[in-house]
Structure formats: structure tokens, C-alpha cells
Design a protein around this ligand. Structure first.
Ligand code: ATP
Length: 251
């Protein structure tokens, strides 16, 4: 299933949501990102791919405002990442390590989030119920986040990220802690979002991420080496990705 781009009845160009110019970030001697330029418009559904250590998490952290770049400019609808994060419902964000408060239960995290998002009580209850079932969180609702396994913490964080359709959804390896049924429900949840919602989803599970995105962006050694629609891949996602990565081996 290839997800189509957002419908555009008025023939207006899709709104620019994210612009990165010359983005760079190093950790000591290690250049994790170098001169990354990227634009994301509403309705773009982008898979963020690349070998281990390519810079995917670093890029997502910078967009989400939890890490500052060393060089370059970043604009989210004209805002800085921290300004964008303060706007309820602008960013949905599943980090690699879920920053949950260890002394709050999963239910308390979800309730606080719907309050921040300003959801009406009925809608809030329905969304919490839906995501709790979809991600098999029923038995974890009453448990303190600090007592959850890493996988359960990520499931709770994923539920938080998906509570409302944001303008830009950033997911760092969302299926890494999900069983096949939960993965299926995640796919359904993403498909139920309005087509204007933009996705940037990092993953090593190519067949799965290709089902919920329409283009693939490949990072290698911190550089953006390829961005093209899945439909331009001559073969299946995995073979196409491997061919694309090996063609940039000399970098
Ligand atoms: P993976 O697919 O394994 O999750 P990735 O593509 O997400 O990898 P990053 O986690 O962004 O890659 O890391 C990019 C590079 O930056 C790696 O070499 C990593 O070791 C390094 N790096 C990332 N964060 C830090 C940090 N806090 N301190 C030192 N080095 C870091």
C-alpha cells in the first residue's frame, strides 16, 4: 500500500512545515550530521532510513528540539523547535528513549497530555481507550512509568505521540517494541490521520515503513545521500534501499 499525497483541491502548493538548511552536529570528533538540507510539506510521508549510526536519531532529536545543531538553520512553520513543541498538537514525537516521569503512571501521562492538547472530555476518553487497546496498554495503565520495561515505556510514549493527529509526526523506530498485531494497529492509526499530517519515521523495518510512507530519505555517515519516492525504487523496498546505499559507498 502506497499512501498518496494530501489532496489539494485549490491547487495551492502544499504548505511548508519544516525547513532545514546546512544542518550539522558533531559529538567530539564524530560528525553525526553534516550539511543536511531538507524541506517537508504538509502531507509528506517520509521514511528516514540509513545504516546504524547514520544520524537518524540525531536528526529527529534536532527537529524535535531536544538537541541543538552546531551549524545550520531549522524552521518549523517559521518557529524554532522549542517554540513549535510548545504549541499543542503541532508535533507528535516518539523519541528513541521515552522521557516519561518515573513517578507517574501511564494513565497519568495520557491524562496530562490530553489536558495539554485541550481535548474535550469525551474525545479524550475515546482516544485514550482506542490507543490503550491498539497498543495493548490496558494492564499497564495503572503502573508507574519507572517500573515499566523499556518496550512498555516506548508503547506508552507511542500512545502519547498519537493522541491527536499532529501537523508533523516524528517517530524514531516506532515498531521496534511492537508485536505484529500492534504493528498492524499502528499502521491503521496512521492511515486514519488526515492526509495533511506529515510523517518522518525512522526505521530499519523497510517493508513496514514503506507501507505508511510514500518516499524514502537515506542518511549515510551523517549526509543525506538520497531522497526519492518508493515508486522510483526499481524493486522491493529492501533491495532498492541496499542498492541505493551501496551506490553511495564511496562517500
Ligand atoms: P541507529 O540506527 O543505530 O539508531 P542512527 O542513525 O539513529 O543509528 P545516531 O544515533 O543519530 O544514528 O548517531 C549518529 C552518530 O553520532 C553515531 O556515530 C553515534 O555514535 C553518535 N552519537 C549520537 N549521539 C551521541 C552522543 N550523545 N554522544 C556521542 N556520540 C553520539
Amino acid at each position: 500500500m502506497i499512501i498518496s499525497s494530501a489532496p489539494n483541491p485549490n491547487n495551492c502548493p502544499p504548505r511548508l512545515i519544516l525547513s532545514l538548511k546546512g544542518l550539522g552536529r558533531s559529538f567530539g570528533e564524530r560528525e553525526a550530521l553534516r550539511d543536511v538540507n531538507l524541506e517537508i510539506h504538509e502531507g509528506d510521508r517520509i521514511a528516514l532510513l540509513g545504516p546504524n549510526g547514520a544520524g537518524k536519531t540525531t536528526l529527529l532529536k534536532i527537529i524535535a528540539g531536544t538537541l541543538a545543531p552546531d551549524t545550520g538553520r531549522i524552521s518549523l512553520n517559521g518557529l524554532t523547535p522549542s517554540q513549535a513543541r510548545a504549541i499543542p498538537g503541532f508535533l507528535g514525537w516518539l523519541p528513541e528513549r521515552a522521557p516519561l516521569n518515573p513517578d507517574l503512571t501511564v494513565r497519568e501521562h495520557l491524562t496530562l497530555t490530553v489536558a495539554f492538547l485541550g481535548l474535550a472530555k469525551k474525545e479524550a476518553t475515546e482516544r485514550i481507550e482506542f490507543l490503550t487497546q491498539a497498543l495493548h496498554l490496558e494492564e499497564k495503565l495503572g503502573r508507574l512509568a519507572g517500573q515499566l520495561s523499556l518496550g512498555s515505556r516506548r508503547q506508552a510514549a507511542l500512545a502519547i505521540a498519537l493522541l491527536v493527529p499532529p501537523q508533523l509526526l516524528l517517530l524514531d523506530e516506532p515498531t521496534s517494541s511492537l508485536d505484529p498485531e500492534e504493528t498492524h494497529r499502528l499502521r491503521e492509526t496512521l492511515a486514519s490521520f488526515p492526509q495533511t499530517v506529515a510523517f518522518l519515521i525512522s526505521s530499519h523495518v523497510l517493508e513496514e515503513v514503506a507501507k505508511v510512507t510514500n518516499e524514502a530519505l537515506i542518511l549515510k555517515d551523517g549526509s543525506l545521500v538520497s531522497q526519492k519516492p518508493w515508486s522510483d525504487f526499481p524493486m522491493d523496498p529492501e533491495e532498492g534501499y541496499l542498492k541505493e546505499v551501496s551506490s553511495h559507498a564511496a562517500l
